[in-house]
Design a binder for this molecule. Structure first.
Ligand code: DAH
Length: 338
């Protein structure tokens, strides 16, 4: 038995030493340690070993199994090292790494995300409305008379059906009030369309962000506090915000909002960023007439609204001089936001 074990071990080690790839080595392992392997078979002979020799032979078998297992492991890692070395042979590890280009969000997406995040924190919820609108929601319900210049064919894209591409997101105010009762606190980002001559500050498709807040006792103070906070969050806590009286058909009083910018190396200057005002009671009355109730009775509720150009905010934030850069998708421009 002893000689048999010695012989099997010697043969096994020789077979392992001769294996020169992973498959041959695996075949050797199965041939020695597998169910029908040589060592497994000789181990079965333990049954016939006289009692007084059992301990000695058992130890011998164990020692043999450990030696073979160790040889298998050593050989396996040697083969792996050789394979790795071969795979690396054709590679020059001293070459500089290739640069990795990360994608990035578009500046308009970045500014919209930030604006929505600030307004959501103040309790505004997202609202939406169609881009193909009717004259009622885009103009009439917003107290804009039929002869208002914004309704002109020269300024607005009309379809033959009489529908139009919304000229502002203010139509979402109307759509929301038709379907919800106060308190309402919504924001609606989206595209708006105008037949403008395209230049460095005008596109015929641009992006707005509308806001509407209607409840009992909403005041001009609420409007100012909300929008001052908003623009300071957007442009920095030192930002000065000015409300300049203006006219919009659907708010009374109405204002344009300017922020004072301190661009590096330039004299600080005021720049217009939004329109806003207290919702005109005529708008509420028209909504109630359509709803056939008094949910928006000016006796009960007041509200404020605001609208701003997201393209404009992005241009201010990053000092972008030409609005067309925002739609050209030139990677040399976009990469700067990565
Ligand atoms: N809709 C206006 C525009 O496109 C912006 C605006 C002004 C929106 C005043 C408002 C507002 O909600 O109250 O020029």
């Amino acid at each position: 038995m002893k000689e048999k074990i010695d012989a099997i071990q010697a043969e096994a080690l020789a077979r392992i030493a001769a294996a020169d790839d992973a498959r041959t080595l695996e075949e050797a392992r199965v041939g020695i340690l597998g169910k029908k392997g040589t060592l497994t078979e000789v181990s079965a002979g333990m049954r016939d070993v006289p009692k007084e020799q059992k301990a000695e032979i058992g130890q011998l078998l164990n020692a043999s199994r450990s030696a073979i297992t160790a040889a298998l492991e050593t050989k396996q890692s040697a083969l792996q090292d050789a394979a790795d070395a071969q795979a690396l042979a054709g590679i020059d590890a001293t070459l500089p790494a290739r640069p990795v280009h990360h994608g990035s969000l578009h500046p308009l997406t970045l500014i919209r995300h930030q604006a929505l995040e600030v307004l959501r924190r103040m309790g505004f919820a997202l609202a939406d409305g169609p881009e193909i609108e009717d004259e009622f929601h885009c103009f009439d319900a917003l107290n804009t008379p039929a002869d208002h210049p914004a309704r002109n064919e020269k300024d607005t894209f009309y379809f033959d059906s009489g529908k139009l591409l919304r000229t502002h997101t203010s139509s979402v105010q109307i759509r929301t009030m038709e379907n919800q009762a106060p308190p309402i606190r919504i924001i609606a980002p989206g595209s708006a369309y105008r037949r403008d001559e395209i230049d460095a500050t005008h596109l015929s498709v641009f992006n707005q962000l509308e806001g509407l807040y209607v409840d009992r006792d909403v005041s001009l103070g609420d409007l100012k506090g909300t929008l001052e906070y908003f623009f300071r969050e957007m442009f920095g806590s030192e930002t000065e915000v000015r409300f300049r009286p203006h006219f919009f058909p659907f708010t009374e009083p109405s204002f344009e909002i300017d922020v004072k910018l301190h661009a590096k190396g330039q004299a600080p200057k005021w720049i217009e960023v939004a329109g806003c005002g207290m919702v005109d009671p005529a708008v509420f009355e028209s909504i109630d007439a359509g709803r056939k109730d008094d949910a928006f009775s000016p006796e009960k509720v007041t509200g404020f609204a605001f609208g701003m150009g997201l393209d404009r905010l992005a241009m201010i934030r990053w000092g972008i001089k030409d609005i067309r850069l925002l739609i050209e998708n030139d990677v040399r421009f976009l990469r700067q936001f990565a």
